[in-house]
Structure formats: C-alpha cells, structure tokens
Design a protein around this ligand. Structure first.
Ligand SMILES: *[C@@H]1O[C@H](CO)[C@@H](O)[C@H](O)[C@H]1NC(C)=O
Ligand SMILES: *[C@@H]1O[C@H](CO)[C@@H](O)[C@H](O)[C@H]1NC(C)=O
Ligand SMILES: *[C@@H]1O[C@H](CO)[C@@H](O)[C@H](O)[C@H]1NC(C)=O
Ligand SMILES: *[C@@H]1O[C@H](CO)[C@@H](O)[C@H](O)[C@H]1NC(C)=O
Ligand SMILES: *[C@@H]1O[C@H](CO)[C@@H](O)[C@H](O)[C@H]1NC(C)=O
Ligand SMILES: *[C@@H]1O[C@H](CO)[C@@H](O)[C@H](O)[C@H]1NC(C)=O
Length: 355
C-alpha cells in the first residue's frame, strides 16, 4: 500500500521491479517500537511551529542496507531517491550512521506519523515519530462594536484558532473595580445589560506557542435621560440669573425649557439657552419681576424624556453692593459675602439673647 501510494504519486517511477524491491519497506503489521529495536532509532516526537522546518532523524548502523522515510504510508525518500513531489521535502543526511530528511515551511496538514523504515540483514524494521505542528493563537471572528438599549441581552463572540487550541477569555475593561466580570468562554452573555456594563470588552486567546492575541469590542448602552439634582435659584431684580439642568443619557439628551406651558426660545426676552454635553443652562441677563416663577426643563433622547421643575425666586437686592443697573451673577462672591454678614448678625443676636 505504501509503495502503491508512492507509485500513484510518481507513476513514471512505478516499475514493477522497483516496487517489488521496495515492498520490504512497508511496515508489516504493528511497527517495532523504537525502545525495543536496536535499529532503526528514530527520535522522540518532533514539535515545530507552523512555517518552521522539521528535521526527521533516524539513527542507523553499517549493517543497514536499505533506508526510507514515509509519511503515513507514502514514501517520501527511499535512500537518496526522492519519491515525494513536494519541494518542501529534502534529504539532509544519508550516512552509515544517520538517515535524515527535512520538511521546510511545515503546515498543519503535515502533522501525523512519519516512519523510518530500514532493512538489516534482510529483516525489515520500522520506527515511528510523530510530527506535531503548533500554531500561535489567532482570533478569527469577533463581534463588532455594538449599540444596544439598556435591559436588552447581548452575546459577544470571540472565535480563536491555534494549536494547541487556545483558551479564550473575556474581560470588561471599563468596569469599575469588582464590577468588571470575566468569562472564560468564547461567548460572553449579558442578560438585561445595564448602563454600567457599557464600555470596552477585551477578548484574549492564549496558548503556550506564542504571545496571546487580544482584541477589543466597544459596547454602547443607550438609556433614557434622568435629571440629577435640579436646584431652585434665587436672584434679585436687575441681576443675572442662571438656571441649570443636568441630565445623564445615551445618546446625549436634547433640552427644552418651559415656563408654565410656553416653550422658551433662545434670544427672546433677554434669555439665552446653552447646551453643553450633559448640561443645559437658561441665562437671564437682567432679571425682572416677570421672570420669577416655575420653569420646567425637559430632557429628551430617542429612548424617552423626563422633566424637572426649577424655580427662579426673588431675593432682596443687596443694597450696598448692587446699585441700580449693576448686573451680578446670582452666585457671585458678593452675594456670598452678604450671606456671611447676615449670618454673623444672627449669631450676635443669639448670643446677646442668651447672656
Ligand atoms: C508521540 O505523539 C503521539 C501522538 O500524539 C503520542 O501518542 C505518543 O505518546 C507520543 N510519544 C512520545 C514519546 O511523546
Ligand atoms: C503528509 O501527508 C499528508 C496527508 O496525506 C499530507 O497532507 C501532507 O502534505 C504530507 N506532508 C509531507 C511533508 O509529505
Ligand atoms: C463570525 O461568526 C458569526 C456568528 O457565528 C457569523 O455569522 C459570521 O459569518 C462569522 N464571520 C466570519 C468572517 O467568519
Ligand atoms: C412647578 O410646576 C410643576 C408642574 O409644571 C408642579 O408639579 C410643581 O409643583 C410646581 N412647583 C411649585 C413650587 O409650584
Ligand atoms: C413632565 O412629566 C410629566 C410626567 O412625567 C408629564 O405629564 C408632563 O407633560 C411633562 N411636562 C413637560 C413640559 O413635558
Ligand atoms: C435691567 O432692566 C431694567 C428694567 O428694565 C433697566 O432699568 C436696567 O437698565 C437694565 N440693566 C441693564 C444692565 O441692562
């Protein structure tokens, strides 16, 4: 069968005489274990990385009359004669003590049993070596960056190839400490994803052949706006007043401002609306009596909307520091200084009453 294989590959070589002459090379039944036989002595299993060269050595002595290397049952070399048509296979040494071949640019298909077959004193003997081909870990398919809505389920996939088969793990990079969970599987399933679970996920494929292959996936979690700590603001007439509205949302919220049922527009009635990221501000350049009241900030994105009411209320004008027409920020140092003066007065009154 081995010779038949060789003959199929190279029919022009298939002279019956030659084939018969080489029949002794075909392993008859169970191959002789290298430990038991004196000759031939093949090496232990050969391990190489894909793309490298593998050398198959067979130790012989001067009683050996014929030698050959076989890939499974196909003859690669018989003595100095090349039977294989594969250019990657070359003879390295054929001396009285050693018979070696080399396979260049080894691929995973080359993995398997190779047999050194010899004839000594008309007795055929064989010895087998396993060629083991290693491949560095490589991620071959990974989920692309995705955007999902909060509460939905997500499966991240990371397929890796390599020999030995790589170990695949998932890690949440943006996760706060203790929250960045890990999956030791190709699949990472998240049911009911939360906003805290958004961010970068890293897949790592490891085997002991070469450095790990690492890839990242960005998961964006959309959620409806929520307004945090709306604050009522006190401003006196003639001053500058600012109402602030902060909303967290993905995608980022758009804002609208209302007074009672009327929507406010930028530039009208001496107000300016400014949106910057999570924050919207409503600025009154010169607060008058009619400006006081109940305002509503509405934050909207495609997942929903929410609103909060913020009151602009009157505080008595600081007499000394803000003359008529002077414009100050409601939160300015001046008003804080005034609060301080008032507080000191109150404390003084308290002590006077007590003693
Ligand atoms: C050689 O490899 C084969 C197949 O992987 C295995 O069965 C055998 O035990 C190995 N022999 C040695 C000496 O490592
Ligand atoms: C060994 O045999 C296998 C299976 O027929 C083949 O795919 C591979 O290319 C052969 N390798 C060499 C070096 O002959
Ligand atoms: C990656 O895997 C997915 C899911 O199994 C499959 O639909 C897709 O075709 C694969 N892509 C590639 C490039 O193999
Ligand atoms: C402001 O208006 C909202 C509704 O527009 C109402 O729920 C809220 O009670 C009002 N606040 C005050 C202090 O009147
Ligand atoms: C504010 O929210 C309430 C209930 O969430 C809704 O009834 C009301 O119409 C909203 N107001 C505005 C101005 O969108
Ligand atoms: C603010 O408005 C009042 C009343 O309309 C006006 O008298 C005053 O000059 C204004 N101040 C500024 C700085 O525009």
């Amino acid at each position: 069968m081995g010779v038949g294989g060789g003959c199929l590959v190279l029919p022009w070589r298939c002279l019956v005489v030659l084939c018969l002459r080489l029949l002794f090379l075909v392993p008859a039944g169970v191959p002789v274990r290298s430990g038991e036989a004196t000759f031939p002595k093949a090496m232990d299993n050969v391990t190489v990385k894909q793309g490298e060269s593998a050398t198959l050595r067979c130790t012989v002595d001067d009683r050996v009359t014929r030698v050959a290397w076989l890939n499974r049952s196909t003859i690669l070399y018989a003595g100095n004669d090349k039977w294989s048509i594969d250019d990657r296979v070359v003879i390295l040494t054929n001396t009285k003590t050693q018979y070696s071949i080399r396979i260049h640019n080894v691929d995973i298909y080359d993995e398997g049993p190779y047999t050194c077959s010899v004839q000594t004193d008309n007795h055929p003997k064989t010895s087998r070596v396993h060629l083991i081909v290693q491949v560095p870990p490589q991620i071959i398919n990974i989920t692309s960056d995705i955007t999902v809505n909060e509460g939905s389920s997500v499966t991240l996939l990371c397929l890796a190839f390599g020999r030995p088969e790589p170990t695949v793990t998932w890690k949440h990079l943006s996760g706060k400490e203790g929250q960045g969970f890990i999956s030791d599987d190709e699949y990472l399933e998240i049911t009911g994803i939360t906003r805290d679970q958004s961010g970068e996920y890293e897949c790592t494929a490891v085997n002991d052949v070469a450095a790990p292959d690492i890839r990242r996936v960005k998961v964006t979690v959309n959620y409806p706006p929520s307004i945090s700590n709306p604050k009522n603001t006190g401003v006196s007439v003639g001053q500058k007043g600012i109402l602030r509205c902060e909303a967290s949302a993905v995608p980022v919220a758009e804002f609208q401002w209302f007074k009672e049922d009327t929507r406010l527009a930028n530039g009208l009635d001496g107000v300016r609306i400014e949106n910057k990221g999570r924050m919207s501000t409503l600025t009154f350049f010169n607060v008058s009596e009619k400006d006081y009241g109940n305002y509503t900030c509405v934050a909207i994105n495609k997942l929903g909307n929410t609103n909060a009411s913020i009151i602009l209320y009157e505080i008595s004008e600081p007499p000394a520091l803000a003359g008529p027409g002077a414009v100050h920020d409601g939160n300015s140092a001046a008003s804080r200084a005034m609060a301080c003066v008032w507080l000191s007065g109150a404390l003084l009154a308290y002590f006077l009453l007590k003693f």
